[in-house]
Design a protein around this ligand. Structure first.
Ligand SMILES: Nc1ncnc2c1ncn2[C@@H]1O[C@H](COP(=O)(O)OP(=O)(O)O)[C@@H](O)[C@H]1O
Ligand SMILES: [Mg+2]
Length: 499
């Protein structure tokens, strides 16, 4: 908020306070419904202007406004404490002065409003209209009292109370209309103030949590590194088969724990906004090789084909955060291998856009696995979201991989999404704008003119490999056919020979 704005607000409030009766006369028409609306509009305006003041100022202003508009002697705002008892929160007298010392007010009237949830107006404590309440009000030397409930989404959070001494006139029906409208506005203001405080508290506590997590997971990694390192040394020793088996268990548990701790560290860093990216020169082929080296064994054990076609026009000498790129790709490939029991996993890299010194690359990790139901496709990018939590017991994982990957890609300026057909497979893709290394000229078209016009037959069990090889052959000017096994290949060859 600018200082000018604050000064302006204070001046406006001051003006409204001084001239409120005149202003109110202007908005009152005599029609109760219209008057209620007009007063609400007036109060909403005051509220909007007050939004730049602190909370205590706003409530004091509202109470002053009520005292002034109803021509009461005093106005008291009573709010419920944790036990549900009413407590005097603001008590103001004529001309906007704070009432000092213990404030007495008609507790019976306040209790009646609290229990019934309806407002009470005692026009004259001596008239006998409310025999018992009137008497108790008269004992306090008061003639007239109005009290209305303050409701926050149907919950009574307190009451607003105004009164005047015996020497004064009683409140009228018009006063009650105005009073009730004002009280509604007070309740709205209080709701806003509480929401604002709650959101400030929530933000502070979420930040504290992220910071705690970031520190904790950092501390956890140090001893874990020792466990992982020493276990590796132990495995180099002469161990009996039984000892080896036990140490292997320690190693694989330590590895999963390390991975989990690293993921938690990443999530907390992302949430706390403390994740910094680096920019280094790298070769895309090294990154892809690292990922396939790391995961090909696991794919092989499951009998899966792992292929990595990179289209010809993709620049490979790049500048960016190679470590984070590797992390994103390996997260996706790890999932693809984990959720596929037969078939293949491919990492297809293409180039969406390219100019002198930058390129937008597209990576697609596609599998022939279990697929993802449509209604889960959006939520799998949320932290701790898993389609089938029983998988995590079987395969490990806590549902942090995808949200981290998506965040990393977005931090690097790209986008991530997924397509899937249940039971057929999934494809996770992301785009990434990267700098190309200076001097990394546009790739020269390979001069393979010798192949132009020739026919080729691509034989491979992997669809991805076939598609990839055919694309390559076609780019070299070959006509291309595909076969997935030797029988099919022979049939194609025979057919070609008789043509
Ligand atoms: N390639 C995939 N095929 C099928 N389901 C997937 C695939 N990748 C991710 N999922 C679903 O998304 C969930 C979240 O993935 P992720 O965030 O990496 O967590 P985790 O691997 O720890 O379960 C997985 O538990 C799984 O239900
Ligand atoms: Mg995962």
């Amino acid at each position: 908020m600018s200082e000018d704005h604050a000064v302006n607000s204070v001046a406006t409030i001051e003006l409204l306070r001084r001239d409120s009766q005149k202003i109110l006369k202007g908005v009152l028409t005599g029609d109760p419904e219209k008057d209620r609306r007009n007063v609400s509009t007036l109060l909403a305006t005051i509220n909007a202007v007050s939004s730049n003041l602190d909370d205590a100022e706003i409530t004091k202003n509202l109470v002053d406004m009520i005292v002034s508009l109803t021509e009461a002697d005093r106005g008291i705002l009573l709010l419920r404490d944790a036990e549900g008892d009413l407590e005097v929160t603001v008590a103001r007298g004529l001309g906007g002065v704070d009432l000092e010392g213990e404030v007495t007010y008609s507790r019976s009237v306040a209790a009646k409003v609290t229990s019934s949830g309806r407002s009470v107006c005692i026009v004259d404590s001596l008239s006998g209209e409310y025999p018992r309440l009137g008497e108790s009000v008269h004992e306090l030397q008061l003639r007239t009292v109005m009290c209305a409930p303050l409701l926050m989404s149907d919950n009574l959070i307190g009451v607003m109370y105004v009164d005047s001494r015996l020497a004064r006139e009683g409140f009228t029906g018009a006063d009650l209309t105005v009073f009730e409208a004002l009280c509604k506005q007070v309740a709205i203001s209080l709701t806003n103030i509480r929401l604002k405080r709650a959101s400030v508290r929530a933000e502070a506590s979420s930040e504290a949590k992220s910071l705690f997590l970031a520190n904790m997971s950092h501390e956890l990694r140090t001893p874990m590194n020792a466990v992982v390192g020493v276990t590796a040394l132990l495995l180099d020793e002469d161990l009996t088969p039984q000892q080896r088996e036990l140490v292997e268990i320690i190693r694989s548990s330590a590895d999963s724990l390390m991975a989990l701790v690293s993921d938690i560290l990443d999530v907390s860093k992302i949430e706390a906004g403390h994740l910094d990216m680096v920019s280094v020169d790298f070769d895309l082929r090294d990154v892809l090789e690292d990922v396939t080296d790391q995961l090909s064994l696991r794919a092989l054990e499951k009998g899966l084909e792992l292929v990595c076609p990179v289209e010809l026009d993709v620049p490979v000498l790049l500048r960016g955060d190679a470590g984070r790129l590797r992390q994103v790709i390996s997260n996706l490939v790890e999932n693809a291998v984990k959720f596929t029991s037969q078939g293949e996993v491919s990492i297809w890299v293409s180039c969406d856009e390219r100019d002198e010194d930058r390129a937008t690359l597209r990576f697609a990790v596609t599998d022939t696995g279990i697929g993802i139901p449509d209604d889960h496709l959006e939520t799998i990018f949320c932290t701790f979201s898993q389609v089938d939590p029983s998988h995590s017991r079987r395969h490990g994982g806590a549902g942090l991989g995808l949200p981290i990957a998506k965040h990393l890609v977005e931090l690097m300026g790209g986008e991530m999404g997924a397509n899937s057909v249940l039971g057929k497979g999934s494809s996770f893709w992301f785009t990434l704008p990267l700098l190309t290394q200076p001097g990394c000229a546009l790739p020269v078209e390979p001069a393979l003119t010798k192949l132009e016009g020739k026919s080729a037959l691509v034989v491979d069990a992997s669809v991805m490999n076939r598609v990839w090889l055919s694309t390559l052959m076609e780019s070299w000017g070959c006509g291309c056919e595909e076969a997935e096994d030797p029988e099919q290949a022979m049939a194609r060859l025979r057919r070609a020979a008789t043509r």
